[in-house]
Design a protein around this ligand. Structure first.
Ligand code: AMP
Length: 410
């Protein structure tokens, strides 16, 4: 079976206790297999693997990411694919923070690893986890080139006015404090799908992309270049998310420290893990939130209203940022599936040339589609994101560029 795998890319997304993976053909977008290992580091780890229409889940102890990747490789072997000898063209790693060092997908070597380590202080929850995945893959698949694809890269050229926090410039410079933006792979992938749908030259398109998943972010993009985005130095800024607060008065953080006597770690946990929809109503899954609203639950209603209020505020800001908007696009779990969120986010904006067609919006489909009326000046679209495919394609490009000589360009 290995010949069908020739040229495929193994995409790895290593979190602190999880590892998501997908084996995908970068050209055809065919997913050969995928899976997720969870609770890595606990006794009761688990791994779910899907290949050739079969899905299996097993519970087992996965002491670290190397163990998870080793088990993943065994599962591939049971399905007839020997990853180490299958002719993979690359392993593509999602790396959350590229700091000011990495603007492009980058072939990984020892120097790149030490640079990613160096900037880990900017993303202490994410980059070290990403690195464990990189190190494990390099150990277990030493002959396959590894490429890092950075979540911040797409936003590296944000205009200074959008990227700069209004704090002491010396302090900001010393500690690399600026707005980096995240979910860049998704914003880039989705925004590139839009011009052909509009039938417009990409260089002329002004668009807003709303990535609404468990994490959520918005971006304003003009001629393919982001001019603003809602996430900042970390993925905590901006929209209300499943478990993250999004924008908050920094004075609240000081108050939590001085008056509530919470330490940095506790505040970090509060704002990253126990806020957003979960903090407001106890549930971070949008389906449960909407279902509870249907039953008259007032805390779920408030959570939803706060979520929509923040989203509309960003849409308004980006309409002004862009001046003229050709398209507003919804993507990710909530954006692709929750018709009610799309309708509420853009309700009452007919005077701004934005009109959703309720029937088109209600249709549930997996492909890219228009949900605005034919006479809406701004086209409203739903475009499924595919970060794994984007990572795979970028990884292959980097490997092709680096041959015959490999380098670690940033
Ligand atoms: P993601 O992070 O892109 O996987 O998105 C996860 C979020 O999408 C969760 O909050 C899910 O509840 C939400 N989601 C997935 N399917 C639906 C659906 N059919 N309706 C509403 N929300 C959904």
């Amino acid at each position: 079976m290995s010949e069908s795998v020739d040229g495929a890319v193994l995409v790895l997304n290593a979190g602190s206790s999880s590892l998501k993976y997908q084996l995908v053909h970068p050209e055809s977008a065919e997913v050969i297999a995928d899976g997720v290992a969870e609770r890595i580091g606990d006794h009761d780890g688990s791994i779910t693997h899907s290949q050739g229409g079969d899905e299996s889940t097993e519970t087992l102890e996965l002491p670290d990411h190397t163990a998870a990747i080793r088990r993943m490789m065994e599962l591939f072997t049971s399905g007839g694919i020997d990853l180490a000898h299958a002719g993979l063209s690359a392993v593509g790693h999602r790396v959350v923070h590229g700091g000011r060092t990495f603007y492009w997908p980058t072939l990984i070597d020892d120097h790149v690893i030490s640079e990613i380590k160096r900037i880990s202080s900017l993303a202490p929850l994410h980059n070290p986890a990403n690195l464990t995945g990189i190190e494990a893959a390099r150990e277990l698949l030493p002959r396959v080139p590894s490429v890092a694809v950075f979540d911040t890269a797409f936003f590296h050229g944000l205009p200074d006015a959008a990227a700069t926090y209004a704090i002491d410039r010396g302090v900001a410079k010393l500690h690399a404090i600026r707005r980096y933006g995240f979910h860049g792979t998704s914003h880039q992938y989705v925004s590139e799908q839009v011009p052909p749908i509009l039938g417009q030259d990409p260089a002329t398109v002004n668009q807003i992309v709303l990535h609404l998943g468990n994490g959520a972010s918005a971006s304003a993009i003009s001629g393919g270049e982001p001019i603003d985005t809602s996430m900042g130095m970390t993925p905590l800024e901006g929209l209300v998310m499943g478990t993250r607060s999004g924008d908050i008065d920094p004075g609240v953080v000081l108050h939590l420290h001085r008056v509530a006597k919470l330490g940095a770690e506790q505040i970090d946990t509060l704002l990253n893990k126990n806020s957003g929809l979960k903090g407001l109503c106890g549930d971070n899954d949008f389906r449960s939130v909407t279902e509870r609203i249907g039953r008259g639950d007032t805390s779920a209603r408030l959570a939803y209203d706060v979520y929509i209020h923040r989203l509309r505020r960003y849409i308004g800001a980006y309409m002004i940022d862009l001046g003229r908007v050709d398209a507003i696009t919804f993507t990710a779990g909530v954006g692709e599936n929750a018709a009610g969120v799309r309708a509420d986010a853009l309700a009452g904006l007919e005077n701004y040339g934005i009109a959703i067609d309720p029937e088109r919006n209600a249709v549930h489909r997996k492909d890219a589609r228009q949900i605005s009326t034919d006479d809406s000046t701004v086209r409203v679209l739903v475009v499924p994101t595919n970060e794994e495919l984007a990572i795979a394609r970028q990884a292959v490009e980097v490997v092709a560029r680096s041959e015959p000589e490999s380098g670690s360009g940033t």
